[in-house]
Design a protein. Sequence first.
Length: 77
Amino acid sequence: TLPEGDFPGMPAILAQAEEFCFAEFEGFVGLPYEESVLEMGLYPPEEEIWLAGDRLLVCVVSDPAGDTTGTLADANR
């Protein structure tokens, strides 16, 4: 969840989202993003959602090789 306050604009939100998601990636997957074959997507709150009070940032890990079943936590790849 991003901090309360006025909507800082999408560039600022994306910068916060990237910093947070990249920082969390290694602890979740088990490898730094740069060494992993997995991909990361991020979904920050857009202005309309922000103004409605939602500050939730979603980080998603996926496998570009195809669909997965279950979690990629501790995938170490």
